[in-house]
Design a protein around this ligand. Structure first.
Ligand code: DX5
Ligand code: ZN
Length: 225
């Protein structure tokens, strides 16, 4: 199956006082905008929630890739789908019935994603892939932007890619954490095809140009350059 890379800048690294402008700065260059929702409980950090997502949704047409780093996603995730998120990803560690929640999200009109944090093996979740649209492999410990990429997490990406190929599954394999010009190629080579980048995009002088560069590097390793 031919795949083209998805580049999803994370607004966690943007200026929260100018969110709409920060999203406008990546329009036309980014595929998705990655929205990190943290609840100061599942992770120690606290970011934004549903009211901000609802407001921001009206300010742009870029699809929202919502990454819920929250406890009790069964309770909160459907609201993000109803708010118009394109993809809603919740954490495996926070959910005891991922298939049921994925079904609920799909019924609410969103793609369903499952995130696997740094210390969680992916093996037990491989059989759930047919019920998911996205699997997000953390390449850091979830909670904060600006951390160093962990190449050893790519074994999980390889495992997922292998299973997806064997079973001919349509699933996006997304990586999140420390993705930048010097790390995106190894992630693409391992089988990732969606790439979250916070610091590498919003820390750049020209975010749109940074996205184009990341896309070129990823596509090169995915055989599409
Ligand atoms: C961290 C978030 C990431 C974060 C990535 O838990 O899930 O999406 O914004 O930031 P960078 O790209 O700076 O590692
Ligand atoms: Zn994220």
């Amino acid at each position: 199956m031919e795949r083209s890379p998805i580049i999803a800048p994370s607004i966690l690294a943007s200026d929260f006082s100018r969110l709409a402008q920060e999203v406008h700065a990546i329009e036309g260059a980014a595929d998705w905008v990655h929205v990190d929702v943290m609840d100061n409980h599942f992770v120690p950090n606290l970011t934004i929630g549903l009211p901000v997502v609802q407001s921001l949704r009206k300010a742009t047409s870029i699809p929202f890739d919502v990454h819920l780093m929250i406890t009790d996603p069964q309770r909160w995730a459907p609201g993000y789908a109803e708010a118009g998120a394109y993809n809603v990803t919740f954490h495996a560690e926070a959910c005891d019935d991922p298939v049921a929640l994925a079904r609920t999200l799909r019924a609410a009109g969103a793609k369903a994603g499952l995130a696997i944090d740094r210390d969680t093996p992916v093996e037990p979740y491989l059989e759930l892939l047919p019920y998911l649209d996205t699997i997000l492999i953390m390449t850091i410990k979830a909670g904060f932007g600006g951390q160093a990429f962990m190449p050893e997490m790519l074994d999980k990406v390889r495992d997922v890619r292998r299973r997806a190929e064997v079973n001919d599954l349509e699933i996006r394999i997304e990586v999140d954490g420390g993705i930048a010009a010097d790390t995106i190629e190894q992630a693409a080579e391992a089988g990732a095809d969606a790439f979250v980048a916070g610091t590498a995009v919003y820390g750049a002088a020209d975010p749109a140009e940074a996205i184009r560069k990341l896309r070129g590097l990823a596509a090169g390793r995915m055989g599409l350059a």
